[in-house]
Structure formats: C-alpha cells, structure tokens
Ligand binder design. Structure first.
Ligand SMILES: [Zn+2]
Length: 200
C-alpha cells in the first residue's frame, strides 16, 4: 500500500489520512471476526468515551447482529465486503455483489478492501455507489507473529501524527489487543491528542 500512499495521496476516492487542525488520530479495526474481542473492545472504547471506525466482515455481522447496534451507538461502521474476498483473486462481478451483500445488511459509506488491495480505477467506480475507500497511514502489523506488544506500541507511538489513520485487527491472530488499545489511548490522551471516528 505504500505505493498508493506515495503516488495517490487521498486521490481517486481513496483516503490514507485525514486533515485536522487539532491533534486527532483515527483508530480503525478490521474484520470483527473475533466477536467477543470486538464486543470487549467496544466496551473499552466506550469507557474512555472514544469513537473509532470498524470495518467488519458482513458474514460476521449477519450472524451477530447485536454488533451492528453496539458499533453504531458511538462509532462508524464501514464495509469490508461480506465474505472477505481478495480483489486480485475474485472476478469483478462477484466482488461487487459481495460488497452489496454487505450494504443490504448495513448501508455504509466507507469501504476498506480486504488485504488493502484495490486499484484506483475500481475505487473511482465505488464513488458512484457513494462508497469512499479508506486505507490507512499506519499499519500496526498486529496480526504478525513476529510483532510483540512492545514493538507494536513503539510503532504506534513513533509514527502517529495529526490525521493518522491507524489499523488494528479484531481477529484471532491478534494477541493483547485490549492492552494495546488502552495503552495507545492513555499515551496519546496524555499528549493532548483526541481520537475520532472517520466521517467523510
Ligand atoms: Zn480484513
């Protein structure tokens, strides 16, 4: 994704970061496939009165409808396809149908492609469907077995700045997500940053 971020900064209906005058960070969470973890995370964010953005897999939401209500109380819910298809390995009709299968569950206006794979031309096409593509400015690699909590936090502390869109995952690969998030919140709140959900 570094390629897109270098050559297409916030163009083509693709957003990598958001401009803000105030020090603002955007926490985003992908997948929601670990449902109990997602639910606990929502409780944690609510305890700190922080709004975030969730890009959940539609299939997970369809089986756990309570998550939609719980997310929408205080956060933004984005489309992450219904079946978590890889854009490069799926024919275009199937891919679009899958996006709309999610939309029939909840009409989102943000879309994050699984694995971050998308082309500028497809992103432009999604504009016609009122879907803005949100990628990220900071990938935490929280799913990587070689990234322990300290390394992830170091990355987040050092690389986050005004308008940064940070990606974490609510899936079974991620260990200690709640600790990572709580430490991130405390660290940046102490530095007068605020956290917000993405509304574009
Ligand atoms: Zn994903």
């Amino acid at each position: 994704m570094r390629f897109y971020s270098l050559y297409f900064p916030n163009c083509c209906n693709i957003y990598f970061r958001l401009p803000r005058l105030q020090n603002t960070l955007y926490l985003t969470f992908d997948d929601c496939s670990n449902v109990s973890l997602t639910s606990e995370l929502l409780d944690l964010l609510n305890d700190y009165n922080i709004s975030a953005t969730f890009f959940c897999i539609g299939e997970i939401l369809a089986k756990n409808l309570f998550l939609i209500d719980k997310i929408l109380k205080n956060h933004t819910l984005g489309n992450h396809t219904f079946s978590h298809y890889n854009f490069l390995k799926t024919d275009i009709t199937t891919y679009i149908t899958d996006i709309f299968r999610f939309q029939s569950l909840y009409k989102a206006n943000l879309f994050r492609p699984p694995y971050g794979v998308i082309t500028p031309s497809f992103a432009k096409r999604l504009k016609k469907y009122d879907l803005k593509v949100v990628l990220w400015s900071l990938m935490t690699y929280d799913f990587d077995v070689y990234m322990n909590a300290d390394r992830i936090l170091k990355l987040v502390y050092n690389r986050s700045k005004n308008g940064t869109i940070i990606v974490f995952h609510c899936n079974d690969k991620v260990k200690k997500l709640l600790t990572l998030i709580e430490k991130t919140i405390v660290f940046f709140t102490d530095k007068n940053f605020v956290f917000d959900s993405i509304k574009i």
